[in-house]
Structure formats: C-alpha cells, structure tokens
Design a binder for this molecule. Structure first.
Ligand SMILES: NC(=O)C1=CN([C@@H]2O[C@H](COP(=O)(O)OP(=O)(O)OC[C@H]3O[C@@H](n4cnc5c(N)ncnc54)[C@H](OP(=O)(O)O)[C@@H]3O)[C@@H](O)[C@H]2O)[C@@H](O)CC1
Ligand SMILES: Nc1ncnc2c1ncn2[C@@H]1O[C@H](COP(=O)(O)OP(=O)(O)O)[C@@H](O)[C@H]1O
Ligand SMILES: [K+]
Length: 499
C-alpha cells in the first residue's frame, strides 16, 4: 500500500473527481459513508450522545455528512459548527442536507464549546487541509477536546496533526483516527501515536490509475505482497536445498539469546544450522535446540574467533555476544572476509558503532537495529522524520538493507525505498523478541530469499506470529519471545492462505 503525502492525496482527489468521473459531493458522501461504517463497528451501542465538532472546510463537510448518516442509524447527535469566513461548497451542500432534528450550535468563540466526557466526540474540525499550526480559538478548541473528551474519533486526521512533517504545536489527541484511503506517513512514527491513537484506513475508491502511477518511497506491506514472495516448499525437497546457516551468538549468561535465535531460524525453514558459541553456552543450546549443531569457540565465556564459514548460506551475528575486546576483533575479521550474506544484530551493531566500522559493512548485508542501536550507529535524531532520512542514508551508504525495529518497523533498501510493516503488537516489547527476528531473517536468507525479501518477509511473519499468539492464548503482558517462535507455523499458514 502506497503512502502518499498530503499534496499527492489532494491530487488523487482531483484526479478521481475528473476521471472517474464523480462529483466532489458524491466523493465526500463516499468518504463519510466509509467513516460511518468504521465508526459503527467501533461503537455499536447507541447509549452515548455523539458530539460532532465541524470546521467549515471539507473535513467539516465530512462531519456534517457523518452526522446525517449516524442520525439515520438512530444515534443521538449533537453538532457544533465553528463559524469561519469561508466555507467550501460541499460543506454548504451538506449543511442544507442536515436533518432539522439534529441540534446545531454555532460556535464563534472557543469558550462557547463544551466537550463532555460522557459523549463520544468526533473531530471534524480540520483535516489534511491544515497549512499552519493551530492558534487562537482552534488551538483552544483542540485543548478543550484533549482535556474533556474520553473517546475522540478523528475524521481523516486529528485536527492540528501534520501528515508529512513534525507536529510541533497543539493537536487533537484522538482515541481512534479513521483515515481515508491511505495511512499518512506521520502515523507510522512513534512520537505521533499520542495524536492518532489507534488508526485505521477506510477505503474511499480514489482512482487506481492515479495511485498506480504516483511515486513515493514509502509503502506499507500488505498480506498480498507477502503471498507473492513466499515460495512453497518443494515436494521432493532435501535439507540441502534450504541452506546451511551459521549463527554466531551467546556469551556466558546469555545463552538464551542464542537459543531464541537458533530455534526461530530452524522454525523458519533453514535446512541446517550451526551455532558458534562459547563453551559455557553449549549444554544449554544442545539441550534446548537439539536440531542445531554447535561449534565451540576456544574461549569459555565469550566469542573470540570465527568458525569455518565455508559453504554457508547466511551468517548471523550479534545476539547475546557482548562487547569483549576479542569479540570486537572477531567482528572486524568477519566484516573483512564476509564469505556469505551477513545479518548483523544487537552487540554486533554496537561494536560496529563503537569501533566506527560502518564503512566496513559488506554490501548486501541486513542490519536489524532497534532505536537505541540505530542511535549509536548514526547519532541522535530530532524526530521520526529526520530518523527516516538517516535510515535511508545509512542504507544507501552501506548498500545494505536496514530494518529499524519498533512498532511499524521500517525496512530501508539502498535505492531509497522504505517499506513499513504493520503486523505485530506491544506484547513484543519483551526480552528476546529481537533475537527471534534475527533467527527468522537468517532462516529466510539461508533459503536464498534476497536480503530485501528476507527482511520484509521476516519482519512480517515475526509480527504475525506474535499477533496469532496473542489472539489465541496470550495477552500483551504475557507474551514472551518463545511464543513468537511457537506460532511461526500458524503465521506461515496464514500468510500462504492455507488457513
Ligand atoms: N482525500 C480525499 O480524497 C478526500 C478528502 N475529504 C476530506 O477533505 C479534507 C480536506 O479538506 P480541505 O482541503 O477543505 O481542508 P480542511 O482540513 O477541512 O481545512 C479547511 C481549511 O482550514 C484552513 N486552515 C488550515 N490550517 C488552519 C489552521 N491551523 N487554523 C485555522 N484554519 C486553518 C484552511 O483554509 P485557509 O484558512 O488557509 O484559507 C483550510 O483550507 C480531508 O481531511 C477529508 O476529511 C473527503 O471529503 C473527500 C475525499
Ligand atoms: N509496540 C510494538 N509493536 C510491534 N512490534 C514491536 C513493538 N515493540 C517491539 N516490537 C518488535 O519486537 C522486536 C523487539 O526487538 P529488540 O528491541 O531488539 O528486542 P530484544 O533486544 O529484547 O531482543 C522488534 O522486532 C520490534 O519491531
Ligand atoms: K479531523
């Protein structure tokens, strides 16, 4: 799914009106109908008054249409109209269509608006037409909503929220944002969830031809993208067909990281797996993952040297390795010889940052930093938008795929594209879930998926497995990293549409 900026969305709107063709009022009706459908799904009970706060632009026009549509479904409606000098034509037409039974308060000053916690508040004040920070009564109204509303549902975008740049002034803090056709780039950045709340996309049938030809570096991965890339297992398959992966992981006290990665790698379908680990990790590993072979480092407690890496299909390094000097030198050597595609995670990334070795990263590697590791690599970012630019630069610089992990993990490729991932949930913010991701990506890379495919598929399946685990038996609180691996089978089945 493409992520277009506000200007492109306006153009998509105009193109649709001209070429479908459809009257702009009818398109507004379609958008409002789509919003209403989602709203009814979220709030099926009709026991609370729905208070709709409208501006006089098209976002306000949507608000009026939504008022009429919800009223027709027997919701109790109260409407506040913020009076301003210029209103749009479609706003005016929807005002004429408004049933007389709906109470309408005309608001000239912010102090006239009363928001009640007992009601459900719909924010239809300003949408994607925002062209300056909120001030004066708009700012006061947003503050009144934030102070007193308990459930705020934003139409398209919360009032005051910037889709494509940092939101630096006050904006409405919605519980839900029901957005038209596309998620906005800002929705995918961590600092903005306080404005958008949970967001969902309502399809409004903007012209596919326009969307098809419009260029954007940003996309959100969908199930159909995954199905296209996943390869079915051959009937006459032999384990040698699925690669021999190496995982360089673990240190004394951190054998668990190696176990989690190793299990996830095997559960993803790698034919063979060898784990290189310090001697003190070996019993734990052999006991917990008997399917993996172990190759012992000469050091007992940490890694100090590379194993034989010939004929390996993918090499992952980082989970639980620590940053001992010998381990650092081992990483330096690995970057130098890199006999197979590398997956660099955790302390391998910290070592690269400490030693200033970004230039040594072999082309075609996959890096999987979380926010902290990313900061160590490229420094502090002012906000999520600047961080995205740094992500794209790092990918181009290293000619590698970079997975910036978090909610909506962002996967950058050297050509400048960024693919966001929408699977996963807050239960994954738990020890070791990054280690399982490394294992999954390694398993895929080992089976000869490209670096980009491995990252995109891996992140998607990782999140999907966690989602299935939480749907079936865990809560966000109780989910632990092993649950993700345990549900990989169901994730594969779901992704392949076998279930
Ligand atoms: N995407 C689609 O295809 C579809 C989109 N639709 C809907 O249209 C919405 C966009 O509507 P829109 O363009 O009329 O703008 P909207 O957000 O209502 O603002 C109105 C005016 O407010 C002003 N203004 C700006 N900033 C301000 C500020 N800080 N404080 C005060 N005023 C400020 C500015 O006017 P100005 O003052 O600059 O003259 C602006 O023009 C979109 O979000 C969606 O709900 C659907 O109906 C159909 C399909
Ligand atoms: N709120 C969230 N929503 C979706 N995914 C999340 C969320 N929090 C964390 N994750 C995922 O969980 C994993 C956490 O990885 P990481 O921070 O490296 O954990 P660890 O170091 O404990 O293994 C990442 O893949 C990340 O994308
Ligand atoms: K809005």
């Amino acid at each position: 799914m493409k992520i277009l900026n506000a200007k492109q969305i306006r153009e998509a709107d105009a193109f649709t009106i001209k070429n479908e063709p459809i009257a702009s009022l009818a398109l507004m009706e379609r958008a409002s109908t789509a919003f209403t459908r989602e709203f009814v799904r979220l709030f099926p009970k009709k026991d609370r008054t729905v208070h709709i706060i409208c501006g006089q632009g098209n976002n306000g026009g949507d608000g009026l249409a939504v008022a009429r549509l919800l009223f027709a479904q027997a919701y109790r409606i109260r409407l506040s109209q913020i009076i301003s000098e210029n209103s749009t034509d479609d706003f005016n037409k929807n005002l004429e269509r408004l049933p007389k039974e709906i109470p309408l308060e005309k608001i000239r000053f912010a102090t006239e608006l009363k928001v009640s916690p007992e009601e459900i508040t719909i924010d239809a004040l300003l949408g994607s037409g925002l062209n300056r920070p909120l001030e004066g009564r708009y700012l006061e109204i947003a503050e009144e909503i934030n102070e007193n509303a308990t459930d705020t549902i934003a139409i398209d975008v919360p009032t005051g929220f910037c889709c494509d740049a940092p939101t630096e002034s006050v904006a409405v803090k919605a519980t839900y944002t029901i957005s038209f056709q596309f998620p906005k780039l800002g929705f995918l950045l961590p600092e903005n969830s306080k404005f958008t709340g949970k967001w969902l996309v309502a399809e409004i049938g903007l012209h596919p031809e326009f969307i098809e030809k419009e260029k954007t570096p940003y996309t959100l991965t969908e199930a159909k993208d995954i199905r296209k890339v996943l390869r079915p297992r051959e009937h006459f398959a032999y384990k040698g067909d699925y690669g021999h992966a190496t995982l360089i992981a673990g240190a004394f006290g951190k054998a668990g990281a190696a176990v989690l990665s190793a299990k996830a790698c095997l559960r993803t379908g790698a034919g063979l797996l060898t784990v290189r680990c310090p001697e003190k990790c070996v019993d734990t590993l052999q006991f917990s993952v008997p399917e993996a072979m172990c190759d012992l480092d000469s050091e007992k407690e940490f890694l100090s040297s590379l194993p034989d890496l010939s004929k390996k299909s993918a090499i992952a390094v980082g989970p639980g390795i620590g940053t001992a000097l010998d381990t650092q030198n081992m990483i330096g050597e690995l970057l130098r010889i890199s006999p197979a595609p590398l997956i660099l995670d955790a302390d391998a990334l910290n070592i690269i940052a400490m030693r200033d070795w970004i230039d040594k990263i072999p082309e075609g590697s996959i890096l999987t930093p979380h926010l902290g590791e990313f900061r160590r690599l490229v420094g502090e970012s002012r906000d999520g938008f600047q961080r995205l630019e740094k992500l794209r630069e790092l990918s181009a610089w290293t000619k590698s795929v970079i997975v910036l992990k978090g909610a909506f993990s962002a996967i950058a490729t050297p050509d400048g594209r960024v693919r966001f991932n929408g699977t996963g949930n807050p239960g994954m913010a738990t020890a070791g879930s990054g280690d399982t991701l490394t294992g999954i990506i390694t398993g895929l890379r080992s089976q000869n998926y490209s670096a980009e495919e491995s990252a995109v598929l891996g992140v998607y399946l990782h999140g999907l497995a966690a989602d299935i685990a939480t749907e079936r038996k865990q809560s966000y609180e109780s989910l632990i990293a092993s649950d993700i691996t345990e549900h990989l089978g169901l994730a594969f089945q779901k992704a392949q549409h076998l279930r």
